[in-house]
Ligand binder design. Structure first.
Ligand SMILES: CC(C)(COP(=O)(O)OP(=O)(O)OC[C@H]1O[C@@H](n2cnc3c(N)ncnc32)[C@H](O)[C@@H]1OP(=O)(O)O)[C@@H](O)C(=O)NCCC(=O)NCCS
Length: 147
Protein backbone atom coordinates (compact mmCIF):
# COMPACT_ATOMS: atom_id res chain seq x y z
CA UNK A 1 0.00 0.00 0.00
CA UNK A 2 1.30 3.45 -0.93
CA UNK A 3 -0.07 6.30 1.15
CA UNK A 4 0.86 9.99 0.91
CA UNK A 5 -0.71 13.33 1.52
CA UNK A 6 -0.51 16.18 -1.02
CA UNK A 7 2.70 17.58 0.47
CA UNK A 8 4.64 14.32 0.24
CA UNK A 9 6.04 12.19 -2.53
CA UNK A 10 7.06 8.57 -3.10
CA UNK A 11 9.57 8.05 -5.95
CA UNK A 12 9.61 4.54 -7.36
CA UNK A 13 12.27 3.41 -9.80
CA UNK A 14 13.10 0.83 -12.47
CA UNK A 15 12.88 -2.90 -11.72
CA UNK A 16 11.41 -2.40 -8.27
CA UNK A 17 10.09 -5.57 -6.60
CA UNK A 18 7.57 -5.07 -3.78
CA UNK A 19 6.05 -8.16 -2.21
CA UNK A 20 2.72 -8.51 -0.40
CA UNK A 21 1.42 -6.29 2.39
CA UNK A 22 4.21 -3.73 2.17
CA UNK A 23 3.32 -0.26 3.46
CA UNK A 24 5.01 2.89 2.18
CA UNK A 25 3.63 5.83 4.16
CA UNK A 26 4.76 9.45 3.76
CA UNK A 27 3.02 12.52 5.12
CA UNK A 28 3.70 16.13 6.17
CA UNK A 29 6.27 17.07 3.52
CA UNK A 30 7.98 13.72 3.45
CA UNK A 31 9.76 11.88 0.71
CA UNK A 32 10.46 8.21 0.09
CA UNK A 33 12.92 7.54 -2.72
CA UNK A 34 13.61 3.99 -3.87
CA UNK A 35 16.61 3.28 -6.12
CA UNK A 36 16.84 0.96 -9.10
CA UNK A 37 16.34 -2.79 -8.60
CA UNK A 38 15.24 -2.38 -4.97
CA UNK A 39 13.53 -5.42 -3.42
CA UNK A 40 11.11 -5.12 -0.48
CA UNK A 41 9.84 -8.28 1.21
CA UNK A 42 6.42 -9.13 2.65
CA UNK A 43 5.01 -7.04 5.50
CA UNK A 44 7.78 -4.46 5.51
CA UNK A 45 6.94 -0.87 6.38
CA UNK A 46 8.60 2.40 5.46
CA UNK A 47 7.04 5.21 7.43
CA UNK A 48 7.95 8.87 7.47
CA UNK A 49 6.49 12.17 8.62
CA UNK A 50 8.36 15.40 7.77
CA UNK A 51 11.45 13.43 6.76
CA UNK A 52 13.18 11.75 3.84
CA UNK A 53 13.83 8.04 3.46
CA UNK A 54 16.19 7.06 0.69
CA UNK A 55 17.11 3.54 -0.42
CA UNK A 56 19.94 3.08 -2.90
CA UNK A 57 20.19 0.95 -6.01
CA UNK A 58 20.30 -2.86 -5.73
CA UNK A 59 19.35 -2.88 -2.05
CA UNK A 60 17.32 -5.73 -0.58
CA UNK A 61 14.90 -5.15 2.28
CA UNK A 62 13.74 -8.53 3.59
CA UNK A 63 10.41 -9.42 5.20
CA UNK A 64 8.92 -7.58 8.18
CA UNK A 65 11.51 -4.82 8.15
CA UNK A 66 10.53 -1.49 9.68
CA UNK A 67 12.16 1.75 8.56
CA UNK A 68 10.85 4.41 10.92
CA UNK A 69 12.09 7.88 10.03
CA UNK A 70 10.60 10.10 12.72
CA UNK A 71 10.72 10.25 16.52
CA UNK A 72 8.52 12.24 18.86
CA UNK A 73 10.19 14.40 21.43
CA UNK A 74 9.11 12.90 24.72
CA UNK A 75 11.37 14.31 27.42
CA UNK A 76 9.04 16.96 28.87
CA UNK A 77 6.70 15.27 31.28
CA UNK A 78 4.42 18.31 31.59
CA UNK A 79 3.20 17.77 28.01
CA UNK A 80 1.58 14.79 26.39
CA UNK A 81 3.98 13.09 24.01
CA UNK A 82 1.64 13.56 21.09
CA UNK A 83 1.63 17.33 21.80
CA UNK A 84 5.42 17.52 21.65
CA UNK A 85 7.09 18.20 18.34
CA UNK A 86 9.09 15.70 16.35
CA UNK A 87 12.79 15.26 17.06
CA UNK A 88 14.50 17.35 14.40
CA UNK A 89 17.98 16.00 15.18
CA UNK A 90 17.34 12.28 14.76
CA UNK A 91 15.32 12.29 11.58
CA UNK A 92 15.22 10.58 8.20
CA UNK A 93 16.85 7.33 7.06
CA UNK A 94 19.39 6.77 4.31
CA UNK A 95 20.22 3.27 3.12
CA UNK A 96 22.98 2.99 0.54
CA UNK A 97 23.46 0.91 -2.58
CA UNK A 98 23.84 -2.87 -2.44
CA UNK A 99 22.71 -3.19 1.17
CA UNK A 100 20.86 -6.16 2.63
CA UNK A 101 18.50 -5.51 5.55
CA UNK A 102 17.60 -8.84 7.20
CA UNK A 103 14.12 -9.98 8.13
CA UNK A 104 12.53 -8.28 11.11
CA UNK A 105 15.16 -5.57 11.40
CA UNK A 106 14.17 -2.11 12.62
CA UNK A 107 16.05 0.98 11.48
CA UNK A 108 15.47 4.00 13.69
CA UNK A 109 15.27 7.71 12.84
CA UNK A 110 18.46 9.53 11.85
CA UNK A 111 20.35 6.40 10.80
CA UNK A 112 22.48 6.07 7.67
CA UNK A 113 23.34 2.56 6.52
CA UNK A 114 26.42 2.83 4.31
CA UNK A 115 26.81 1.32 0.85
CA UNK A 116 27.23 -2.44 0.87
CA UNK A 117 26.32 -2.90 4.53
CA UNK A 118 24.42 -5.93 5.87
CA UNK A 119 21.95 -5.74 8.77
CA UNK A 120 21.16 -9.07 10.45
CA UNK A 121 17.70 -10.45 11.02
CA UNK A 122 15.87 -8.79 13.95
CA UNK A 123 18.60 -6.19 14.47
CA UNK A 124 17.64 -2.82 15.91
CA UNK A 125 19.79 -0.22 14.20
CA UNK A 126 20.19 2.81 16.43
CA UNK A 127 23.38 4.31 14.95
CA UNK A 128 24.97 4.77 11.54
CA UNK A 129 26.40 1.64 9.93
CA UNK A 130 29.71 2.06 8.06
CA UNK A 131 30.06 0.98 4.44
CA UNK A 132 30.39 -2.81 4.01
CA UNK A 133 29.91 -3.49 7.74
CA UNK A 134 27.82 -6.44 8.92
CA UNK A 135 25.80 -5.59 12.04
CA UNK A 136 23.60 -7.79 14.23
CA UNK A 137 21.68 -7.59 17.48
CA UNK A 138 19.82 -5.06 19.58
CA UNK A 139 21.35 -2.52 19.59
CA UNK A 140 23.09 -3.49 16.34
CA UNK A 141 26.87 -3.93 16.57
CA UNK A 142 29.48 -4.63 13.92
CA UNK A 143 30.56 -8.27 13.73
CA UNK A 144 32.64 -8.05 10.55
CA UNK A 145 33.13 -6.27 7.25
CA UNK A 146 32.47 -7.69 3.80
CA UNK A 147 35.72 -8.54 2.03
C1 LIG B 1 23.79 -11.20 9.51
C2 LIG B 1 23.96 -12.52 8.77
C3 LIG B 1 23.90 -12.29 7.26
C4 LIG B 1 25.33 -13.03 9.16
O1 LIG B 1 25.53 -14.28 8.59
P1 LIG B 1 27.00 -14.95 8.76
O2 LIG B 1 28.02 -14.03 8.16
O3 LIG B 1 26.90 -16.33 8.22
O4 LIG B 1 27.23 -14.89 10.34
P2 LIG B 1 27.51 -16.08 11.34
O5 LIG B 1 26.40 -17.08 11.29
O6 LIG B 1 28.91 -16.54 11.10
O7 LIG B 1 27.42 -15.37 12.76
C5 LIG B 1 28.45 -14.59 13.30
C6 LIG B 1 28.07 -14.27 14.75
O8 LIG B 1 26.96 -13.34 14.74
C7 LIG B 1 25.83 -13.92 15.38
N1 LIG B 1 24.66 -13.58 14.57
C8 LIG B 1 24.49 -13.83 13.25
N2 LIG B 1 23.33 -13.34 12.81
C9 LIG B 1 22.74 -12.78 13.90
C10 LIG B 1 21.53 -12.10 14.07
N3 LIG B 1 20.68 -11.90 13.05
N4 LIG B 1 21.23 -11.63 15.30
C11 LIG B 1 22.10 -11.82 16.35
N5 LIG B 1 23.29 -12.46 16.22
C12 LIG B 1 23.60 -12.93 15.03
C13 LIG B 1 26.09 -15.41 15.41
O9 LIG B 1 25.42 -16.02 16.47
C14 LIG B 1 27.57 -15.45 15.56
O10 LIG B 1 27.90 -15.17 16.91
P3 LIG B 1 29.18 -15.87 17.63
O11 LIG B 1 30.39 -15.37 16.87
O12 LIG B 1 29.09 -15.37 19.02
O13 LIG B 1 28.98 -17.33 17.46
C15 LIG B 1 22.84 -13.55 9.10
O14 LIG B 1 23.08 -14.16 10.36
C16 LIG B 1 21.46 -12.96 9.11
O15 LIG B 1 20.96 -12.39 10.09
N6 LIG B 1 20.79 -13.08 7.94
C17 LIG B 1 19.49 -12.52 7.71
C18 LIG B 1 18.65 -13.54 6.91
C19 LIG B 1 17.41 -12.93 6.39
O16 LIG B 1 16.83 -12.03 6.97
N7 LIG B 1 16.97 -13.37 5.24
C20 LIG B 1 15.80 -12.83 4.59
C21 LIG B 1 15.70 -13.29 3.18
S1 LIG B 1 16.06 -11.97 2.04
Amino acid sequence: MLQTDKSSVIHLNDHLVIHSFVILFADQQSEIRLGKRVFIGDYSTIRTSRAKVSIGDNTMIAQNVKLIATNHYYKRKDQLIHQQDIDTEKIGITIGNDCWIGAGAIVLPGVTVGNGAVVGGNAVVTKDVPEYAVVVGNPAKIIRYRE
